[in-house]
Design a protein around this ligand. Structure first.
Ligand code: CUV
Ligand code: SF4
Length: 630
């Protein structure tokens, strides 16, 4: 196949090293240097055996001191830390979802935010029992937005979206008392349980971790995804590019970073405005390029084809190019390092959210109510900064790959219609995909998700695992920084089909898809939940019987642990390449890797050897196939 070639981790590192040289010239710090100062890490922290939740401590557990001053043992401390970690992640994702509900509430026919997918709004309204007949679409949007907001503090009952899960899954959640109630309540309850002198029983703490996770995945994150689609459109396959080479030297480069599409959508909108483009030209630039980092990049890539400059550990690199006029951020996964780093260059580091305020940044408060003027001010500030570039510091690595992204559940169902030539006549369902799996053309599916992390050579685990899996006819759905790792490497180029086994290659050709399907941002892992729910319903199987597993080989954030908990609690075995600070308690480790299987039919595997991690996933997929006799 012509000249298609993956970008290797080595090539990528060479480009990064070249950028770090620029950094050294101007005295810039970088994570590669800070890691050196922070390693080896504190052993107590690493094992999760340190407790500082009351001022009798801090206490740390050692063979000589097996209990804290209150008498808590190591299992209680490790499990408590794990629950706190989870609650942090649930709160974060869910609060993002809340912001989106609020943006929907602010939508109006002639305002900055419109309803771009009324069909999806109607679908959710009907699902939630809201009368739609003869209602103005914006009245309906406001009504549904209020119901969405009420999910956060509802007095009685559990999350509305749980009804999307197969009956069997819902029964498990009820039986195990992990069906999430009000979203805020699950976070609060978690912090209550972890207060000094509350729970120290690992089983109780881990159970609440699952419940808190579920309030994220089937609550806040799902709201975030669904209402983002209503506002900004449900993603459809679209072509884009990925890696630092998407930045353009002769253009004003604006990089959006963070998570909430309410901001990035508006920046894209105004960067496209003829008036702004003319203004950029008047300042000597050829035009304006918006590119992205982290999940907000995934959001605008999926809906607008905005190129992805990189993922989490590449955020400093965009500034190190010397060609970034502004890096505009909202919330989550933003290095405070961007403040001092941008000071070494002409780059403006623009923070916009009261939730993420940082030193050495310029704060332009972004509000749904005043979104248009805020976005315009930000784009203008970036353009005005173009003339301050220092030409001798400019170097953009000539490195990028083509990617086809935008595989929402709706898009996957539509794209896979017609891949099978047999009797499947139910279009608009997941049945064609099920047939590909039962016939063995595809062995199974892996959801590759999560961050990158200096503990693992960045992106290498994501890319190596994906290569191995697709070569073995396992299709990948990806999100978050994992999806960006794939895109940067070239695995979302349709030509990557040549790296697949014969079966998956055939499917890629028939459906005209890449072997790694970009399903969106981290909150969009809720799309994956909807996908497995549909697969289970359409096949008559339980979710835990499907030859499907989840994997976060390089994860780092609290959000990732919350995600892991809801994926497992949904019945999907989950594989981690980084330990979630639980190695200090054999009891907690045992619960997570095996005990919880009795509750939710799935568990975690933690394996730092990436090759073994891949083998374990494939073995699990084959085990599930064998159990089904397929
Ligand atoms: Ni929300 S949580 S580094 S951006 S995937 Fe990327 Fe995804 Fe992890 Fe953060
Ligand atoms: Fe120590 Fe117990 Fe206080 Fe934790 S709660 S710091 S273990 S005394």
């Amino acid at each position: 196949m012509g000249n298609f070639k993956l970008t290797t981790v080595e090539e990528f590192e060479a480009a990064t090293n070249r950028l770090l040289e620029t950094g050294a010239k101007v005295g810039a710090d970088a994570w590669q240097l800070r890691v050196k100062n922070q390693t080896p890490h504190c052993k107590f922290g690493e094992q999760g055996v340190c407790c500082r939740i009351c001022s009798m401590g801090p206490c740390r557990i050692t063979p000589k001191a097996p209990r804290g001053i209150c008498g808590c043992d190591v299992h209680g401390i490790v499990a408590r830390n794990y629950l706190k970690f989870t609650a942090g992640g649930s709160a974060t994702h869910s609060d993002h979802g809340r912001e989106i509900c609020h943006t929907l509430y602010c939508s109006s026919p002639d305002g900055a935010y419109k309803v771009k997918d009324p069909e999806k709004l109607m679908k959710i309204a009907k699902e939630w029992g809201v009368e739609t007949e003869g209602k103005d679409i914006y009245d309906l949007a406001h009504e549904v937005a209020v119901l969405g907001l009420e999910e956060y503090g509802k007095v009685f009952g559990t999350q509305r979206f749980l009804k999307r899960a197969p009956k069997h899954t819902q029964e498990i959640w009820e039986r195990e008392e992990i069906a999430p109630r009000a979203i805020d309540r699950e976070v609060s309850c978690s912090l209550h349980m972890t207060h000094m002198g509350c729970s120290s029983l690992p089983e109780a703490l881990i159970r609440q971790s699952l419940r808190s996770g579920l309030s994220d995945g089937w609550g806040g994150s799902m709201a975030g995804t669904e209402f983002s689609d209503v506002l900004f459109g449900t993603p459809k396959p679209i072509d884009t590019e990925a890696n630092l080479g998407v930045m353009e030297v002769e253009n004003v480069n604006i990089v959006v970073h963070g998570h909430d599409p309410s901001l990035s959508e508006m920046i894209c909108e105004y960067a496209d405005d003829p008036e702004m483009i003319a203004y950029a030209k008047s300042k000597g630039a050829k035009g304006i390029t918006v590119s992205g980092v982290c999940c907000t990049s995934n959001e605008v890539a999926m809906r607008r084809g905005i190129p992805m400059a990189g993922n989490f550990l590449q955020q400093e690199n965009v500034v190190l190019t010397g060609a970034c006029e502004a890096i505009v951020v909202d919330v989550q996964c933003i290095f405070p390092a961007l403040g001092p780093l941008s000071k070494c260059f002409h780059t403006k580091f623009i923070t916009t959210s009261p939730i993420a305020q940082m030193p050495d940044s310029e704060f332009i408060r972004f509000n749904a109510e005043t979104a248009a003027e805020n976005a315009k001010a930000i784009v203008k500030a970036a353009i005005d900064n173009f003339e301050n570039r220092k030409p001798d510091l400019v170097y953009i690595p000539d490195m990028k790959q083509k990617a086809t992204v935008g595989y929402s559940l709706e898009a996957i169902v539509k794209t896979l219609d017609g891949v099978t030539n047999s009797q499947v006549d139910e279009l608009g369902t997941t049945k064609p995909l099920i047939e590909c799996i039962t016939s063995g053309v595809i062995r199974g599916a892996v959801a590759m998700v999560g961050c990158n992390n200096p503990k693992i050579r960045p992106d290498s685990a994501h890319i190596e695992l994906m290569k191995k899996l697709i070569a073995n006819d396992v299709i990948i759905v990806a999100s978050g920084c994992s999806a960006q790792a794939a895109a940067k490497a070239g695995l979302m180029d349709k030509q990557a089909k040549d790296l697949c086994g014969a079966g998956l290659k055939r499917v890629c050709e028939l459906a005209d898809i890449p072997p790694v399907l970009h399903m969106g941002s981290c909150v969009d892992i809720s799309r994956m939940m909807n996908l497995v729910a549909e697969l289970a319903k359409d096949s008559g199987l339980n979710i835990s019987q499907l030859p499907v597993v989840g994997c976060a080989p390089e994860w780092m954030s609290e959000k990732a642990v919350s995600i892991g908990n809801y994926v497992v609690a949904t019945g999907i075995d989950t594989y981690l390449g980084v330990d979630p600070y639980v190695s200090g308690s054999d009891k907690v480790a045992e619960l997570l890797t095996s005990g919880i299987r009795d509750w939710v039919e799935a568990a975690y595997t933690v394996e730092k050897d990436i090759d073994k991690l891949g083998d374990a996933m494939m073995a699990r997929i084959e085990e599930k196939r064998a159990a089904l006799g397929i």
